[in-house]
Ligand binder design. Sequence first.
Ligand code: M1P
Length: 250
Amino acid sequence: MSSRKNVLFLFDVDGTLTKPRQVISEDLKSFILEQVKARVAVGLVSGSDYVKIVEQMSGEQVTNQFDYVFCENGVMQYRNGELKSTQSILKHVGETRLQKLINFALGYMSKLELPAKRGNFIEFRSSMINICPVGRSCSQVERDQFSKYDIEHKVRQTFVDALKQQFPDYGLTFALGGQISVDVFPTGWDKTYCLGHVADAKYDEIHFFGDKTDIGGNDYEIYNDARTIGHKVTSPDDTKEQLRKCLNIA
Ligand code: M1P
């Protein structure tokens, strides 16, 4: 490990290391944990919670091999499976405002007609709420169907605009989550939050790889942050290709 450069590579998960909400391929997993990790420090930074990240990395044993695991944008920080730091959206925003937001979101979604509607429309996490018009309990087929419908009809973007208009003074950011949802969190608790956790390590360079790097996407802030060198990827295969080039791996 001592021959590693003093460089950190941070990876978004959905769309970057895995297809949305799917498990990482054996090939990419071994490439990162054997070849990339031998050269630089590696970390995960996702909007998702720990349970989902572990699932997508095919278990805790694999997840723990990353030098850093930043869940919920890094507001929930794990090292070796242990929670090191956390924050609470509830404490930050307060019950009254949070309920106003949740009630508005549920009311808005009740009026939407979509190809399918299932359950778990609002997922309450420690540092964010995730709002999902199709419902998080949808099947993979229904997820893909909603995603296609959303690209055409801009359901989520219109919803985000309405939320912004309704709650301009709550100090909250409304960002397109992955494929089917909207993440809501206190402004500043985006993925740049995790950079504070690695400041002490004084890396010479921090590279970030992500797919949702356009404005409104949840990789936008960290991709454009002056502390990182951003790499926009289009798929897990593209991530591997870019890593090969970056690190001169044959
Ligand atoms: O890619 C990270 C996102 O993953 C999920 O998004 P979706 O279910 O919309 O594809 C969610 O966990 C979301 O919070 C997260 O940002």
